[in-house]
Design a protein around this ligand. Structure first.
Ligand SMILES: CC/C=C\C/C=C\C/C=C\CC/C=C/CC(=O)SCCNC(=O)CCNC(=O)[C@H](O)C(C)(C)COP(=O)(O)OP(=O)(O)OC[C@H]1O[C@@H](n2cnc3c(N)ncnc32)[C@H](O)[C@@H]1OP(=O)(O)O
Length: 263
């Protein structure tokens, strides 16, 4: 993978007071520990500055995020793997549970953890093209953690979520629109950001405390479930990583990604 140039995230505030959080880990914004830490810090910053809203996007021209960095899971140092997983949990708790308004301008592919980040926002606009979005874990022989599933069930009807999760369905932009996995499509990244801003402006006349408390109450179930089960969730993740069969399938998956990239 190419060496990192520049900061892993960019956080800027526009003239309307909207924070734009841009993931910047070329080539595919795979979520390693350092990127997750930087996303977490940026989410803290947005909360601390009482910014009214945030749009999550990517600096890549074709990938929103490739999901978790597979190299964090392949033959890992278990202490780092534990920190990696708890940092991912923290990011999800901060984003899914945020009181400020959140929207994702999905400017490219969003598999697995990339889909999770976008679903943790309140509104999704995806750029038209041959991009796909979804939770593909079962295709890799693994089970998405309960809070990944909960997040999908908060986004699309539970029947559709069950079908998508069990079949590892990757949705095209049109299919995602049809099922409600995304709210709108856009012609390009600028259009996606404009549409996210239009969504954010819908709240101009809604008292912010009432909005925030309503959001937190409706999202309380999945949040409490993870908060109560964090240690068990982490132990399960580490247990997976220690399983030789999982390591073998990871190795094969990495090879297949590399072969595809080399073509
Ligand atoms: C797989 C996990 C298995 C077991 C884990 C064990 C236990 C886990 C238990 C529970 C946790 C489960 C939760 C998992 C959630 C996840 O997020 S897993 C990650 C799933 N992500 C994917 O499957 C996406 C894979 N990537 C792609 O499909 C494509 O790269 C993508 C469509 C995003 C972009 O395509 P393209 O622009 O053509 O780029 P390339 O494919 O050419 O890739 C460029 C280089 O980037 C490397 N790469 C791609 N994805 C990842 C990744 N997720 N992690 C690390 N590296 C990645 C790719 O190998 C290329 O590298 P190279 O240039 O060859 O060095």
């Amino acid at each position: 993978m190419a060496a990192q140039a520049g900061p892993l995230v960019d956080l800027s505030i526009d003239n309307d007071g909207i924070a734009i959080l841009t993931m910047n880990r070329p080539p595919v914004n795979s979520l390693n520990l350092e990127l997750l830490e930087e996303i977490g810090k940026s989410l803290d910053e947005v909360a601390k500055n009482k910014t009214k809203s945030m749009i999550l996007t990517s600096s890549s021209p074709s990938v929103f995020s490739a999901g978790l960095d597979i190299m964090e899971m392949y033959k890992p140092d278990l202490k780092r793997a534990e920190i990696f997983w708890t940092t991912l949990q923290d990011v999800w708790i901060k984003l899914f549970g945020s009181s400020y308004i959140t929207a994702a301008a999905i400017n490219g592919h969003a598999p697995a953890g990339g889909c999770l980040l976008s679903m943790s926002c309140e509104y999704r606009v995806m750029v038209e093209g041959k991009y796909t979005i979804g939770l593909n874990e079962t295709a890799l022989g693994i089970v998405a953690p309960t809070w990944f599933m909960d997040t999908m069930c908060h986004t699309i009807p539970i029947r559709q979520a069950e079908y998508a999760l069990t079949t590892a369905r990757m949705f095209t932009v049109d299919e995602a629109l049809q099922v409600g996995l995304i709210d709108e499509s856009a012609s390009d990244k600028a259009d996606a950001i404009d549409k996210c801003k239009k969504f954010i402006r819908k709240f101009d006349k809604i008292p912010s405390l009432a909005r925030a408390v309503t959001k937190q109450k409706i999202r309380e179930g999945p949040l409490v479930r993870l908060q109560k089960n964090r240690q068990q969730d982490t132990a399960e993740f580490l247990g997976f990583l220690k399983n030789p069969k999982i390591q073998q399938s990871l190795e094969m998956y990495i090879q297949s990604l590399k072969q595809k990239a080399a073509k």
